[in-house]
Design a protein. Structure first.
Length: 597
C-alpha cells in the first residue's frame, strides 16, 4: 500500500501510544513561553529513564572484553549516586564533570549525576590542561570523574590556592574540586585524588532526590570560531524530547516500511527485526551524537551498546560481526572508512539495518555505495546540533536514496524554517539561514547571556547553516554560513563541490575551503587524499579540475589543489578539520600540490 509520511507520523503519535503528542506551553531561551508539541508519555527525568533499566535482562555494555548486564550497571550507578550525595555533598543543580574516553564508567557517571539532580558537564577528552581548567572553572564543577590521562592535566587545579600570598581572589571564591580517578590500575595518584573503586561501594542505595523535569541536566561545550567554548545547557525535558523524537522517527520509518509491503492497505505495527536492536559507539560521549541518539538511544530501547575505545574501521567491522550490531551511527568519513577497509569484504555485516549518522553532509556517492554494499543496511543521515540535543531533520532508506543531497524532514516536535538576512521567511526552494524551534532546544549558554541572545530569537534557534526547503518539507543544507567561500561576490557551497569530487574514482577523501585572494576576496581550495591503488596513477590537479568543470559552474572549480598522502586531520568526532587545513596553507606548512604516486 502507499502511505504518506504525514499519515505515518499521525499513526505513530496518536493518542494512547508511546509517542503520543500534545500541545504545551514551554519557556524559550528568552524566558517567554510558547506553544510546542511534547510527548505525553515521556519519562519525567533522566533518572526515570535510567530506572527503566532495572527490569531489563541481558547484556547492556560491551567494552573490549568487559561485558556488563543492565543490572550490574545499575548497581554501580546506585553506588556512585550515593557517594555523590553522602561523600561529596552534591545538591541538585551542582555541576559534576566527566573527563575520560569512552569507558563504561563514563555512562555510569552520567547516569549517577543526573539521577540525583546534578548537572553532567561533558568535558572534551581531547582538551589541553588549560582548556580543561577553563571548562571546570567556567561551569563551577565541584567534582570531576577523570581517566588517569586527564587526572594529570587536572591535578594542578587541586593546589591552585595552596599559596595564600599569591591567591587569586577569583580562584579563592571557587568551591573545592574533588577529582575521582577512573581505571588507575593501582598506580600512584596525585595527593587529593580519590580512586573510583574506593568511591563506588556496591550495595549502596540510590538516594531519594526529587527532580524537576525542567531543571538543568547537562552542559556540553561547543567550540566556536573565535573565543572560549560555550557551555550549552539542557534540561531533563529537552534531552528527553530529543531522545523520544529519534525514537518516534524510527517508529515512523517502521510503519512506512511495513505499509509498503502490505497489498491490502491495512496499517499494522512494524515487523520485529531479525536481530535485537544494538548500537556501536564510534564517536565520543562528550559529543551530542554519542550522548543522545546513541548512548541514551540504547537506554531508551533497552538495547546493547558496543563501545569502541577509539575509532578504527577494522576493529569496528570485527565488533559489528561479533556482536551482531544493527545500528551504525558516525560521521560520513567513518562510513567511507568501513567501505574502504581491506577487511570489509571478509566481515559479516548482514546484521546492520541502518548505516549513517550526521555531523557533516554525506556525498551522494557515499549514499549509493552504502545502499549497494550492505545486504540489509540502509543509508541514513541526521542533521542536528549540540543546541538541539542532536535532533533535527532525518533522511532514511528509500527517501535518502531518492533525495541523497537532503538532510530529511522532522516530526512535529520540531519546526523548521528558512529565513533571509532580514528575518523574513523565504519561499520554498530559496536559500537562507535555517532556523529550528522545539522542546529539544537548549535553554541557553552557561553564563553567556549575550551569546544566548545572539543565537536565539522569538523562540527560534539560528543555526548558522545555509539551506532550503522543498515542497515536501525536506531540508537541504548547502553549507555553513561561516565556512562558505565568497568568491568575487558569488556564494560557493563547499559541500556541493565535495560531492562532485567524491564521484571521481581516484578520490578517497576531500575537503573544500576558502583561502584569501587579493582580487577575488577568496578562492576555492581543496585538500585531496587519493586512493592507494592503480586508479590514482596519473591523477593530478588538472584532472580533478576537469572533472569538476564538467559538472559545475566555472567559478566553483578549485583553483588550488593540495594533495595529502595521509588521512586529512579530524577532530574527536571524526569530522575533517577544515580550519586546520586552511591554517596550514596560510602558514606555509608543506603540502604537496602534485599527487604522490
Amino acid at each position: 500500500m502507499s502511505l504518506s509520511f504525514e499519515d505515518a507520523v499521525s499513526s505513530a503519535t496518536a493518542p494512547g501510544g508511546r509517542f503520543e503528542l500534545a500541545p504545551a506551553s514551554l519557556p524559550g531561551a528568552d524566558g517567554i513561553s510558547r506553544d510546542q508539541f511534547v510527548f505525553v508519555n515521556a519519562p519525567k527525568s533522566l533518572r526515570a529513564l535510567f530506572d527503566s533499566l532495572r527490569t531489563r535482562e541481558g547484556v547492556f555494555l560491551v567494552y573490549e572484553d568487559d561485558r556488563r548486564t543492565f543490572a550490574e550497571v545499575m548497581v554501580e550507578v546506585d553506588a556512585l549516586a550515593y557517594a555523590l550525595v553522602h561523600r561529596y555533598g552534591l545538591s541538585p543543580g551542582d555541576r559534576v564533570g566527566i573527563a575520560m574516553r569512552n569507558f563504561p564508567e563514563w555512562i555510569v557517571s552520567f547516569a549517577a549525576i543526573t539521577s540525583v539532580g546534578g548537572v553532567a558537564v561533558c568535558l572534551n577528552g581531547w582538551w589541553t590542561p588549560d582548556e580543561l581548567a577553563y571548562g571546570l572553572h567556567d561551569s563551577g564543577c565541584t567534582v570531576v570523574f577523570a581517566g588517569v590521562e586527564r587526572v594529570a592535566r587536572i591535578a594542578p587545579l587541586l593546589n591552585q590556592n595552596a599559596d595564600p600570598e599569591n591567591a587569586d581572589p577569583e580562584k579563592s571564591r571557587r568551591a573545592p574540586l574533588h577529582v575521582v580517578a577512573v581505571r588507575d590500575d593501582g598506580e600512584a595518584l596525585p595527593d587529593g585524588v580519590d580512586r573510583w573503586d574506593d568511591v563506588v561501594v556496591r550495595g549502596a542505595a540510590m538516594p531519594d532526590v526529587p527532580i524537576d523535569p525542567h531543571a538543568d541536566a547537562t552542559i556540553l561545550y561547543t567550540s566556536g570560531t573565535t573565543g572560549d567554548p560555550k557551555g550549552a545547557v539542557s534540561s531533563h525535558h529537552a534531552v528527553l524530547s530529543a531522545l523520544l523524537s529519534f525514537g518516534c522517527r524510527s517508529v515512523v520509518q517502521g510503519i512506512l516500511k511495513t505499509a509498503a509491503a502490505l497489498p491490502d492497505g491495512q496499517l499494522t505495527q512494524p515487523a520485529v527485526p531479525a536481530n535485537p536492536t544494538s548500537f556501536i559507539l564510534t564517536v565520543p560521549l562528550f559529543h551530542v551524537t554519542g550522548l543522545v541518539p546513541v548512548m541514551l538511544g540504547a537506554v531508551l530501547g533497552g538495547s546493547k551498546l558496543v563501545m569502541m575505545r577509539k575509532w578504527n574501521p577494522e576493529r569496528a567491522l570485527e565488533l559489528i560481526e561479533r556482536e551482531q550490531v544493527t545500528t551504525f551511527v558516525g560521521v560520513p568519513t567513518m562510513s567511507w572508512d568501513l567501505l574502504e577497509s581491506p577487511d570489509f569484504a571478509r566481515r559479516d555485516t548482514s546484521s546492520l539495518v541502518s548505516v549513517g549518522g550526521g555531523g557533516a553532509p554525506a556525498p551522494p556517492e557515499l549514499v549509493k555505495r552504502i545502499d549497494s554494499s550492505f545486504s540489509k543496511g540502509r543509508p541514513s543521515i541526521g542533521y542536528g546540533m549540540t543546541e538541539t540535543n542532536g535532533y533535527g531533520p532525518q533522511n532514511l532508506a528509500d527517501d535518502y536514496v531518492r533525495k541523497p543531497t537532503s538532510a530529511g524532514r522532522t516530526i512535529p516536535t520540531m519546526q523548521v524554517r528558512v529565513v533571509a538576512d532580514d528575518g523574513e521567511v523565504v519561499p520554498s526552494g530559496e536559500v537562507g539561514e535555517i532556523e529550528f524551534r522545539g522542546p529539544n532546544l537548549i535553554r541557553g549558554y552557561w553564563n553567556k547571556p549575550d551569546a544566548t541572545a545572539a543565537t536565539f530569537h522569538d523562540g527560534w534557534l539560528r543555526t548558522g547553516d545555509l539551506g532550503r526547503l522543498d515542497d515536501e518539507g525536506f531540508v537541504y543544507v548547502v553549507d555553513r554560513a561561516k565556512d562558505m567561500v565568497l568568491r568575487a561576490g558569488e556564494n560557493v557551497y563547499c559541500a556541493e563541490i565535495e560531492a562532485v569530487l567524491y564521484e571521481h574514482p581516484a578520490v578517497y577523501e576531500v575537503a573544500v575551503f576558502g583561502i584569501p585572494h587579493e582580487r577575488l576576496g577568496e578562492e576555492v581550495a581543496v585538500a585531496v587524499v587519493l586512493r592507494v591503488d592503480h586508479a590514482a596513477v596519473g591523477v593530478d590537479a588538472a584532472a580533478l579540475q576537469v572533472h569538476v568543470q564538467g559538472r559545475l559552474a566555472a567559478f566553483k572549480v578549485p583553483t588550488q589543489v593540495f594533495f595529502h598522502t595521509e588521512q586529512l586531520p579530524r577532530g574527536a568526532t571524526g569530522k575533517i578539520l577544515k580550519r586546520e587545513l586552511r591554517d596550514r596553507v596560510l602558514s606555509g606548512v608543506s603540502v604537496s600540490q602534485t599527487p604522490q604516486n
